[in-house]
Design a protein around this ligand. Structure first.
Ligand code: PEP
Length: 253
């Protein structure tokens, strides 16, 4: 059975003390024994705080993800972080393809395909983000855009590797804007994505892949969005920085 997942993307927020404090508050609210067997909670602090975060969640079921990884094994890439460096400090998951990486750092589908391969070679699980911009939504181009992001970023993988991917549909017009896709819009896209995966990898893989929704999920709208058949949880930005909001969202999944 596929997992329900709530993942918090902290982006470039939270220094060391704030990281410790937020994890302490989340730990207090979310007791290990309260999480259902098929539910996962993931937080993604900044690179420099990953090791501390891993230590701080060691007694809970909360998992820690990195927000990015470089595609090369190692070498002269000043300021970058390799997959091997992440695994060496205990990271097991990485977010790839976030719209902010695609937009501000010019990460293309082709580059993301390389990053996906590098991460998998180092046994990192991947939360792979994709989604259309407002223009594509308005011009009814959104299915095409998503189809090509999946094909170019992920469909080079074989079945076994694809099974290590968590998908996150994040319509760019809903990220950090306060505007959420309606539960029906989310369901429509998630069903389309699952159908595409069925075509590429078969029904078993399609049924087992978790597809998260991301874009202005808050305690007030989480339950309704998560109630949709093909929505398996959320990737949370702003609301993940507040322990009360984040834990309320976790309890809605
Ligand atoms: C995100 O950046 O992945 C995100 C979903 O942000 P927010 O929840 O703030 O819209």
């Amino acid at each position: 059975m596929r997992k329900k997942i709530v993942a918090g993307n902290w982006k470039m927020n939270m220094n060391l003390d704030e990281t410790k404090q937020l994890i302490k508050q989340i730990n207090k609210e979310i007791k290990a024994e309260e999480l259902a067997d098929n539910t996962r909670v993931i937080i993604a602090p900044s690179f420099v705080n990953l090791k501390t975060a891993i230590k701080k969640v060691s007694k809970s079921n909360i998992e820690v993800a990195a927000q990015n990884v470089h595609q090369a094994k190692n070498g002269a890439f000043t300021g970058e972080i390799s997959a091997d460096m992440l695994t060496s400090v205990g990271v097991k998951i990485v977010i790839l393809g976030h719209s902010e990486r695609r937009e501000y750092f010019r990460e293309t589908d082709e580059l993301l395909a390389q990053k996906v391969t590098a991460a998998l070679e180092n046994n990192l699980e991947i939360i792979f983000c994709f989604g259309e911009v407002l223009e594509d939504r308005k011009s009814n181009n959104y299915f095409k855009v998503v189809e090509s992001q999946l094909k170019n970023g992920l469909f080079h993988l074989d079945k076994e590797d694809f099974s290590k991917i968590i998908l996150a549909y994040e319509p760019v017009w809903a990220i950090g804007t306060g505007e959420t896709a309606s539960p029906e819009q989310a369901q429509e896209m998630h069903a389309f994505v699952r159908e595409n995966i069925d075509k590429q990898y078969g029904q078993e893989v399609a049924n087992n892949v978790s597809i998260l929704y991301g874009g202005s999920v808050k305690p007030v709208n989480a339950k309704e969005i998560f109630s949709k058949q093909d929505v398996d949880g959320g990737l949370i930005g702003g609301a993940a920085l507040n322990a009360n909001d984040f834990t309320a969202i976790i309890k809605s999944v």
